[in-house]
Design a protein around this ligand. Structure first.
Ligand SMILES: Cc1ncc(COP(=O)(O)O)c(C=O)c1O
Length: 397
């Protein structure tokens, strides 16, 4: 089992930077650069098209899905990689809706990440069968679950506040009402151990570029519970989800099990980067990771709150109700974040007023948390954020 002093050496972190934004884009595993270069030189370069068979490219989306599956409590053969999280949410939601043909409501919460809601809206419009996307406050979800709900679609950890839903409880409540559940694990996978099988989740999807550290744009994953795999009809019926892709049949037949959730050609170079990220995860004790994550988030809150009275904690105080991030509300949060970044503390900002800090024990320790809190206190106490340069918004915040 790898300790955290050892895992931090496995990441490339620029000198002088305290990186608290792994909840948005994880840092590069040192091995990833060589692993990708090796795939290019030895596989693409030397094998050319033979790489699909000889280097196992075609099998990777499933093989890597199984490795990732340990972190999210998925049964073997229930996770496959591909596309983006937006696309995987669409696929899962479409399949789930079709499995509840007599119901019309997709229930979600108002804190959900916009793409999930947009994808649901697009799907509803395309189906043209009178489905309705209903969003309620996160605390009101359980009470709204009822006999009209086809699918409960939630992001487990709120991207802005870090508030964590109770997956087991809400999944049970949805099932009791006859609904299916789709979990977005964008801020869960690699942040703590998820237990999809244990909680009885029906569908899930997530990305690999945040806490999993696989790299920008590396493919997403989709989970379909084994009991649903043969009933889940793929709305995106691409050739690689076909039962016999290389038979080139004129009509679509869904592939066996999770294979049917594949769409098109896998991004082989990106999956090489994912492989080096998973090499690190293979040695990580998820219970120890969670314990350290709670320590780090607690420490940051305890150090920042008394020294920064203008910052208002947006994250639940109870560690059981949060993921691995801490967010503060501050009306000039964008400028304050730019002032922090200029001083080497990298977090990010989410409109309208949220300063987000992600804590990834694989490469962040107590020292960094203390230094980051000191720098944040300096920025706030001395109004260092009040500089016109820090108010100019970049395209990506
Ligand atoms: C909760 C959540 N869902 C979905 C997405 C969108 O993922 P993608 O851009 O990979 O489609 C994000 C992106 O940050 C997210 O935070």
């Amino acid at each position: 089992m790898t300790g955290f002093a050892a895992t931090r050496k496995l990441f490339h972190l620029p000198r002088g930077v305290i990186y608290l934004d792994g909840n948005s884009l994880g840092p590069m595993p040192v091995a990833a650069a060589d692993r990708v270069a090796q795939t290019m030189r030895e596989e693409w370069g030397e094998m050319l098209i033979g790489g699909w068979n000889k280097a196992g490219w075609m099998a990777q989306p499933r093989a890597l899905g199984d490795r990732l599956g340990r972190l999210i409590g998925a049964e073997p053969g229930s996770v496959v990689l591909g596309d983006t999280l937006s696309v995987k949410v669409y696929q899962a939601l479409a399949a789930a809706l079709e499995m509840r043909p007599d119901r019309r409501v997709i229930l979600s919460d108002s804190g959900n990440f916009p793409t999930d809601l947009y994808m649901a809206e697009g799907l509803v419009a395309g189906l043209g069968r009178g489905h309705q996307l209903v969003t309620v406050a996160p605390e009101a979800v359980e009470d709204r679950i009822g006999p009209d709900v086809a699918v409960l679609m939630l992001t487990e950890v709120d991207y802005r506040t870090g508030r964590r839903h109770d997956m087991a409880r809400l999944t049970r409540a949805a099932h009791d009402a006859g609904a299916l559940v789709l979990w977005d694990l964008a801020h869960s996978a690699g942040a703590f151990a998820v237990d999809l099988a244990g909680t009885g989740a029906d569908f899930a999807a997530g990305c690999t570029y945040k806490y999993l550290n696989a790299g920008p744009g590396v493919p997403a994953f989709i989970y379909v519970a084994p009991r649903h795999q043969d009933a889940a009809r793929p709305a995106l019926s691409g050739w690689l989800g076909h039962a016999a892709p290389f038979a080139f049949e004129p009509a679509y037949r869904p592939g066996a099990g999770i294979e049917r959730m594949r769409v098109g050609t896998p991004p082989v170079l990106q999956m090489a980067a994912l492989e080096s990220a998973l090499d690190i995860w293979d040695g990580v004790d998820m219970a120890a990771l969670r314990a350290r994550s709670v320590e780090l988030t607690e420490l940051f809150i305890v150090l920042v709150e008394p020294r920064c009275p203008d910052l208002h904690l947006a994250t639940p105080r109870d560690p059981d109700q949060r993921g691995s991030q801490v967010s503060f509300r501050f009306p000039d949060g964008y400028a304050a974040m730019q002032a922090l970044i200029a001083r080497g503390v990298i977090g990010d900002f989410r409109a309208p007023d949220i300063m987000r800090f992600g804590f990834a024990p694989l490469y962040i320790g107590e020292d960094e948390v203390r230094r980051a809190a000191d720098i944040l206190a300096d920025v706030m106490e001395n109004r260092l954020w009040d500089d016109p340069a820090y108010h100019v918004r970049a395209a990506v915040t």
